[in-house]
Design a protein around this ligand. Structure first.
Ligand code: GLA
Length: 384
């Protein structure tokens, strides 16, 4: 018997808990970033794809301005009143509270709802389970409140909520791809204009996420340090963002900014160029070139941006030594979490056991492996 999907279970739990049918079932996907790492907050380019793992919410509007949400996975209930969200907090319901605050601040008139949430995006692995949760909540608000779905506006609200409400200084990439992904495509995103171009995945390649199962220690402080260094590098070059800094200008500022700051900026400039070239390679169906660019991205993240770890490096090496691998790199913020590999679809059956065995021999860890399909962004699954 097939395992129940999270959609059915959110719906079933809704009936059990609230009685009657939910008005809508919505879901929003997690993401994996193919290339363009630590570039979003520098107004650069990224190329993530939404993956076939979702956070699902079954919801029905209520007219008293309350939001009540039950989490199947946490077996917990959270609630709050719209417009009186109170102080920021760090509980799971605060993602929804913070989002409601940011949407209200952006001028959206929100209606409350009763809801049940469940998901199958691995939490803490760097596959954007929190952005998926926020975008599922945003999609539920849009459905019950009756406003149009605007991926960029929703992503900006989620980013504001994360930055100002949850105190996490992340960029725009994760909510934007969860809000606006397209099936069968990665999205080339200009993080300055928020323009999104669908880029088809090369035929016959599989995107495989390899989770080291190590979790992102230090990520908050190290992430913020890297952001600050990028800002300092831009400033030393007389610019407000690294997007406006040329290679020549960066070289000229090298002594003034110091070696570590220079290397951070060198990664960002190089990564922007690689991301644009990767989009061209994908449009030309050139999986080999895309793989090489991914390999170069990892090297730069490891040596210049210094966000890799022993486990991530071992996973990358194991993947690259396995049959059918075009390229592999760490994905997401780094400091633990996942590697993304580009693999010949016909050789996947040989790739997976080889990569797993090599990694386990090197680290004594057993990785989780998720072959991923590129799916569409947040959507109403059933209902209006
Ligand atoms: C995390 C952040 C993103 C982005 C990546 C690094 O996933 O949430 O905004 O900065 O790290 O590319």
């Amino acid at each position: 018997m097939p395992a129940p999907t999270s959609r059915t279970s959110a719906q079933e739990e809704f009936r059990r808990r609230f009685g009657g049918e939910p008005e809508v079932v919505v879901r929003a996907p997690g993401r994996v970033n193919l290339i363009g790492e630590h570039t979003d907050y520098n107004h650069g380019f990224v190329m993530p794809m939404a993956i076939d793992r979702w956070v699902t919410i079954a919801a029905r509007r209520r007219m008293d301005g309350r939001v009540t949400l039950h989490s199947i996975d946490l077996n917990d209930e959270g609630s709050f009143t719209l417009g009186g969200q109170g102080e920021p907090g760090r509980e799971w319901i605060d993602y929804v509270r913070g989002l409601a605050w940011a949407l209200g601040d952006a001028g959206k008139a929100l209606t409350g709802f009763d809801g049940v949430v469940s998901g199958n995006v691995p939490v803490g692995a760097g596959l954007s389970s929190s952005a998926a949760f926020e975008m599922a909540a945003a999609r539920a608000f849009a459905a019950v409140s009756g406003f149009d779905w605007d991926p960029a506006a929703m992503a900006r609200a989620a980013q504001r909520a994360e930055n100002l409400w949850m105190g996490v200084d992340c960029g725009i990439m994760d909510p934007l791809i969860s809000a606006g992904g397209q099936a069968g495509h990665a999205m080339l995103i200009d993080c300055r204009s928020l323009d999104m171009q669908p880029v088809p995945l090369p035929r016959d390649v599989a995107v495989v996420v390899l989770d080291t199962t190590t979790r992102r220690q230090l990520v908050g402080s190290e992430y913020n340090d890297r952001r600050a260094q990028c800002g300092a590098a831009a400033l030393a070059c007389g610019a407000s963002s690294l997007r406006d800094v040329s290679q020549a200008r960066l070289e000229a500022g090298r002594d003034a900014m110091g070696e570590a700051t220079f290397r951070r900026a060198r990664h960002v400039l190089g990564e922007n160029g690689r991301t644009l070239r990767a989009a061209e390679a994908m449009r030309a169906g050139d999986a080999a070139l895309l793989g090489q660019l991914m390999n170069q991205s990892h090297q730069s993240l490891r040596d210049d941006f210094e966000v890799s770890t022993r486990a991530l490096d071992a996973m990358v090496e194991s993947a690259r030594s396995a049959p059918g691998c075009h390229g592999a790199r760490l994905t997401g913020a780094g400091f633990g979490g996942c590697v993304v590999a580009l693999v010949d679809r016909h050789r996947l059956h040989g790739f997976v056991p080889h990569a797993v065995a090599m990694f386990t021999a090197a680290t004594r860890l057993v990785p989780a492996v998720y072959p991923c399909e590129a799916v569409g962004g947040a959507a109403v699954v059933t209902g209006s």
